[in-house]
Design a protein around this ligand. Structure first.
Ligand code: NAD
Length: 469
């Protein structure tokens, strides 16, 4: 692997930190533990590179298309590394890489629209859109590449340069991605920095950064907003979720059970907009619990490198402890595990896919984000009660309604307080759609043209009409 730019900051020989394989719990490699002082140099170079990058839209389009091709060409190597450090099955790593390339291609072809304002005054007013300046992109460990691309693709397409910081749990695939892209992008247009805190905090507050785009948990999101306030940089925050799936009484369980199960358990449940709670009419409850429990008991769990694996390990020991804690709390409060409910024996951070029933509604596994392979299934007696519960947390990322009468399901979905609602699906996203959580789940809009404009600022030019000069 060529040495990424960030390692070559003169005068610095970064210390390194270990990267663990969650399937074994053992270190298999390490990454540079860059220090906050290095950011001055990194951001200064990003600012310098911005001059050339912002100037030529056609060159950017060509470079971003080449970047998509380069990601695909490195797909096998990237996928293996991603699975090794993140834990997800190889097929899911390949899907993540395909999505990363697709994102680059989508934004390569997108450009902002200049708009004339015609309001009867004797001037031509024109609204143009200009890049904001160097962007800091900070991402979590659940989809390191896909989430990074969701930030750097629109930022680069808009004409900004980017400093990207992955989670210390998953720095390696991002570093490899950085070197793959460095081969096709101009120097310092995209820089990957790796290291432990306070690297992220210092990047956010760096005076040379003009937009901080962050994906992660709600508490860190609040800290990021506070940090960016120092330089009044723009912030886009994509934060946690606690999405509810509300099943209606006409739901066809056989038909939807697989889709519902995977909406909760894909990526070992570590998805911001996974289904994290299921609300079911009381008379259909046992049937739904049984359908989900059957699948949870049968699904192959193991190392992501094993081609039979459908669910890998939890990514890290801290997250595993959290998943275990919320499950134990629920069980201690009277819940029953219809499947799983415990860690798996042996090395690695494996937790049995778990379906919980009889869960008290104030249990943390219901009110908070479990972010792991555990799903509470809660009965309801009337729909208003279910919607109050679905809307009754501080989160508002996504939600879904499942039933056979689609018009009725859609009418119910309109009552969900969230950014995206699905009928008989969950977490299917188009590259062209806006992505924005409400309440604690986010600030600002990513995705589609809205994501591009999130990296631009309006610049207005007034000039007199010819006859007025
Ligand atoms: P996290 O908030 O702990 O960390 C996210 C990133 O922020 C990491 O790179 C981390 O190193 C960095 N960081 C930590 N402290 C920081 C600070 N003070 N300033 C700046 N950066 C800092 O989140 P996580 O545990 O890595 O990821 C899981 C969370 O991410 C879950 O809450 C999940 O719902 C959320 N998430 C949200 C979305 C979305 O699009 N809304 C997508 C994926 C994950």
């Amino acid at each position: 692997m060529p040495t990424p730019e960030a390692d070559r900051v003169p005068g610095h020989r970064p210390a390194r930190f270990a990267v663990l394989d969650p399937a074994t719990g053992e270190a298999f490699d390490d990454a540079p533990d860059q220090q906050p002082e290095e950011l001055d140099e990194v951001v200064a170079r990003a600012r310098q590179a911005w001059r050339g990058w912002r100037a030529d839209h056609a060159a950017r389009t060509t470079a971003l298309r080449a970047a998509a091709d380069a990601v695909e060409a490195a797909g096998d190597e990237l996928a293996r590394l991603l699975t090794r450090e993140q834990g997800k099955p190889l097929t899911e790593s390949h899907a993540e890489i395909a999505r990363t390339a697709a994102r680059l291609r989508y934004f390569a072809d997108l450009s902002p629209r200049t708009r004339r304002i015609d309001d009867g005054r004797p001037v031509h007013s024109e609204v143009r859109w200009l890049p904001v300046g160097p962007v800091a992109a900070i991402v979590p460990w659940n989809f390191p590449l896909q989430l990074a691309a969701a930030k750097f693709a629109p930022a680069l397409a808009a004409g900004n340069t980017v400093v990207l910081k992955p989670s210390p749990y998953t720095p390696l695939a991002t570093r490899l991605l950085g070197s793959v892209l460095a081969a096709v992008l101009p120097e310092h247009v995209l820089t990957v920095v790796t290291g432990r805190e306070p690297l992220g905090a210092r990047l956010v507050a760096h005076p040379g950064i003009r937009h901080v785009t962050f994906t992660g948990s709600v508490p860190t999101g609040r800290a990021v907003a506070e940090g960016a306030a120092a330089s009044l940089a723009r912030v886009t925050l994509e934060l946690g979720g606690n999405d509810a799936a509300v099943l209606l009484d006409d739901v066809d369980v056989d038909r939807i059970a697989d889709r519902l199960f995977w909406a909760a358990f894909r990526n070992c449940g570590q998805v911001c907009m996974a289904v994290k709670r299921v609300y079911v009419p009381a008379r259909r409850h046992a049937e739904v619990v049984e359908a989900l429990a059957q699948r949870a008991k049968a699904v192959p769990v193991g190392s992501g490198l094993d081609p039979h694996t459908r669910i890998g390990p939890v990514n890290n020991a801290l997250q595993l402890a959290r998943v275990e804690q919320v499950t134990r709390q629920a069980l201690a409060a009277g819940a029953r595990a219809a499947a799983g409910g415990h860690r798996l024996d042996g090395a690695g951070y494996f937790f049995a896919p778990t379906i919980l029933t009889d869960v008290p509604s104030d249990s943390p596994v219901v009110t908070e984000e479990q972010f792991g392979p555990v799903l509470p299934v809660l009965p309801y007696r009337n729909l208003d009660e279910a919607l109050d519960a679905a809307n009754g947390t501080g989160f508002g990322l996504g939600g879904s309604v499942w039933g056979s009468d689609l018009d009725r399901a859609e009418a119910v979905a309109e009552r969900l307080e969230c950014g995206t609602a699905w009928i008989n699906h969950h977490a299917e996203l188009s590259l062209a759609q806006p992505f924005a959580g409400v309440k604690d789940s986010g600030v600002g809009v990513a995705g589609g043209p809205w994501g591009l404009y999130g990296n631009l600022r309006p610049f207005v030019v007034h000039r007199p009409r010819e006859e007025e000069t």
